[in-house]
Design a protein around this ligand. Structure first.
Ligand code: ZN
Length: 294
């Protein structure tokens, strides 16, 4: 709850929160004055569920979202009360939960076993971008945002060693019988100098590492999509995309599959890792994504 000064300098209390309806759609609610105080007191006791009826409120729909506010003097708030409509809502919610429950899995089960619906809407906490950028502990969260850009000068793939899968620091050796003038690739050997490979000759394969910036109403976040997840999003492997460029020279250019992502609205399940927290490093790895139909 915050203090809010209105245009005519009147001081009032304001509280914003999200409710969820039976279809798991968020309803964005703003309570003013007495309603904000009432809600604030109610949630001090940390009830496990809060069921809300607002009488004489104002509502609007904007870009498919529902907004409700208690903007009238006579707005009345009913919280977890034994009103028929609320009892009916709770009954329907329980039915809904038990429908899901028959196939529902306990928390903490592996990601692979979770339906994307459960994972995104029920089991993983939702955060806006401002909150995500301030999280100081390891956890997975869901963020929702529009892809706005790709960091300039950052390649969308890297050359990895086929054996150790790591980014390969390439050493070219020109084979002995070469006069040194023919630099075509089949005359070169690539050696991987990562520990496990120890300078042995290897083949190199491009792998995706796509960095994106997303935005919501609260801020901008940097996300990283590693090979498997990026491949799922783009529908193509790094090799297929590199092959679209003449001689594979990408020169910081983006293939259409990537540049066409700008403006797409998506939900991302991201990992706030130990590394992110310890180093205050603000690019988060995407574990899963969900395209939001426009
Ligand atoms: Zn290697």
């Amino acid at each position: 709850m915050i203090d809010h000064t209105s245009r005519n300098d009147k001081l009032t209390k304001k509280m914003s929160l999200q409710l969820r309806d039976l279809e798991y759609l968020n309803v964005y609610v703003t309570f003013w004055g007495d309603c904000a105080v009432q809600m604030s007191k109610f949630i001090e006791n940390k009830p496990s569920d809060v069921f809300v009826i607002l009488q004489f409120g104002r509502y609007t729909f904007h870009e498919g979202k529902a907004y409700v506010s208690s903007s009238f003097q006579n707005s009345t708030l009913y919280l977890n009360e034994s009103i028929d409509e609320l009892i009916d809502f709770q009954k329907r919610l329980l039915e809904r939960k038990s429908d899901l429950g028959s196939s529902g899995r306990p928390l903490g089960s592996s990601q692979a076993g979770k339906s994307i619906h459960d994972d995104f809407l029920l089991e993983t906490e939702f955060k806006n971008i401002d909150e995500v950028n301030k999280i100081k502990q390891q956890k997975n969260v869901i963020v929702l945002g529009t892809i706005i850009s790709f960091p300039p000068g950052v390649e969308w793939y890297y050359n990895s060693c086929k054996d150790c899968m790591k980014k390969v620091t390439v050493l070219y050796f020109i084979s002995d019988d070469d006069d040194g003038l023919d630099l075509s690739e089949d005359k070169q050997t690539i050696r991987c100098i990562n520990d496990v490979c120890n300078e042995k000759g290897v083949s190199v394969v491009p792998r995706l590492k796509l960095q994106i910036r997303i935005q919501d109403g609260t801020g901008i976040a940097s996300l990283t999509l590693l090979d498997l997840v990026a491949r799922k999003l783009l529908g193509k492997s790094a090799q297929e995309l590199v092959d679209k460029f003449v001689d594979g020279e990408t020169d910081n250019l983006l293939p259409d599959e990537i540049s066409n992502l700008v403006g797409k609205k998506m939900a991302f399940k991201i990992e706030i890792s130990h590394f992110n927290v310890e180093n205050n490093y603000k690019s988060f790895t995407v574990k899963r994504f969900l395209m939001i139909p426009q």
